[in-house]
Design a protein around this ligand. Sequence first.
Ligand code: FES
Length: 646
Amino acid sequence: PQDALLVFQPSGRKGRFPIGTPILDAARELGVYVESVCGGRGICGKCQVSVASGKFAKFGIESSEEGLSPKGFKEERYDQKRGLEPGMRLSCSATLQGDIVIDIPDAFRVAGQTIRKDANTLGMLRDPAIRLCYVELDQPDMHNPMGDGDRLCRAIEEQFDLENLRIQHHLKAELQKILRNGNWEVTAAVHLDGPQPEIVALYEGLSDEMGGIAVDIGSTTIAAHLTDLSTGEILASAGVANPQIRFGEDLMSRVSYVMMNERGLDDLNTAVLKAVNDLIGQLLDMSGRKRSHLLDCVFVANPVMHHLFLGWDPTEIGQAPFALVQSTPVHVPAYEIGLDLPKGTQTYLLPLIAGHVGADAAAVLLAERPQENVEPTLIVDVGTNAEIALWNGTQLFAASSPTGPAFEGAETSCGQRAAPGAIERIRINRDDLSCRYKVIGTEQWSDEDGFDEAVKTTGVTGICGSGIIEIIGEMRLAGILTDDGIIRAPESEAEKQVLVEHGRTWSFVVREGTPRLVVTQNDVRAIQLAKAALYAGVKLLMDHAQLETLGKIKLAGAFGSYIDPAYAMLLGLVPDCTVENVRAVGNAAGQGALRALLSRGERRSIEETAQTVTKIETALEPAFQQHFVDAMGIPNSADAFPLTRA
Ligand code: FES
């Protein structure tokens, strides 16, 4: 038979197929993901596509002289029952009639913003670990003794091209009832990311709801997204403070808590599980989705959080050689780890890269893919621990550095978490040394009209991490802070107005009133220690990667999003680089978790990448100490920072 050219957008994949080939079949052959729950029966409507150029005749009349073809009939029936939007076609029913370009609708959005839209990534991202399969079964008959479950498996295997399908044990108790209540029409949720495909949930009739959650368990905050697994659309997002904070602010104090208390592990595990279970409930309420249709979850976390979440003792991670229980990815049913989800719901935890470099760092690598760049790229994800990844053009290196919570607004006298009321931007007038500032949740600066009105409900409560970085940078620029980070004694009249004695040191008054906000010498020290730890970690990786300079710097995480790169350079948080090449990339760990939730291909890709990473243990490297001492200077006592100074 004659053939014709078929092109899929946005992937650009194309091929020639005989006239009359259903578009869905061609998509499968070209590896283009088009969803199909009903196996091409024209019932689910999930396989819809539109025509970019070329044409189909209406409802398959094109393929039959006499009128509707059987496929066209199905499409017409679907249109009458559920309505096809103008221009949309069922790809299982519409057949190739001549050269044509097909658009696969792009519902892939992350938190309202479109994720990187390059075609291949998008195509790849639509292969979730769960597939919904709708089948219509024959009723049992006495002459065929095959069990109902076996017939269900055979039917799905045949229609969805699967092999060795099995049914999870817990489903067998209710399987026959579901088949009969559904009048022998059922939808099975099949998990495809295990050693063999498994039916993990079974619904009466046609069901096209398939949800998943991606969770980033940070030491300070837990953030989760509920996603439609077939479209990739984020349906709800929520976050909560990690309740483990009451057992210890930083990771090592939580490990000590486990070591010193008989029920320590249980306390920490229960706390994080409760928080995640509450978040799941919140996401379900917000989205109106059903718990029974939440089928897959992905978690990312640093190694200590990862172990505590799974109920594993993290003691060994607290001391050299920092041995992990398991560094390879974890696949486990959600209910087995204590999540309040159906028995069939699956979880996947990304691989851990090293004793201190976790699944969160792996997720950042998955989202940012530094290894696809030609130029040397540094990625830092700053939290209580800084996760650092470096690509030198041929090899990936990773480390983590204990920055502590100062960047998150803790451990400083005026510091607070980023929340409404916190100062996030600040400038010092070079003449009278007065401060003008901007508070989270307002548009105006403090010296502009309407500011008092804008902060009426929140007040001005403290200074968050990015604000502290700016104020210290501004103090340096205003000449009241030395290269060693000492707030010097006042000389001029203006200085006497803003510098006040504090024991044997000086403090800088940001704001009089309630609360009175000052930056003390100890505050500057806390930031110096944090930034020195970060910088020393980066320098160590650069030594190993034999790099003198960097091409690009990406700042990930909430802190990375708020911080002004110019001030980060001014204080020497990261190596010297032109400011234009320093970029905030948002919550890259969360984005990586979403990618793993939506795509098995992404999972395999990070599993492979994780194997190739050279891990550096900062704690064991003698050079770390020297880099650390040098980095206490502002911006640095050993490195010149010519680009920043210029
Ligand atoms: Fe279900 Fe086309 S695959 S309608």
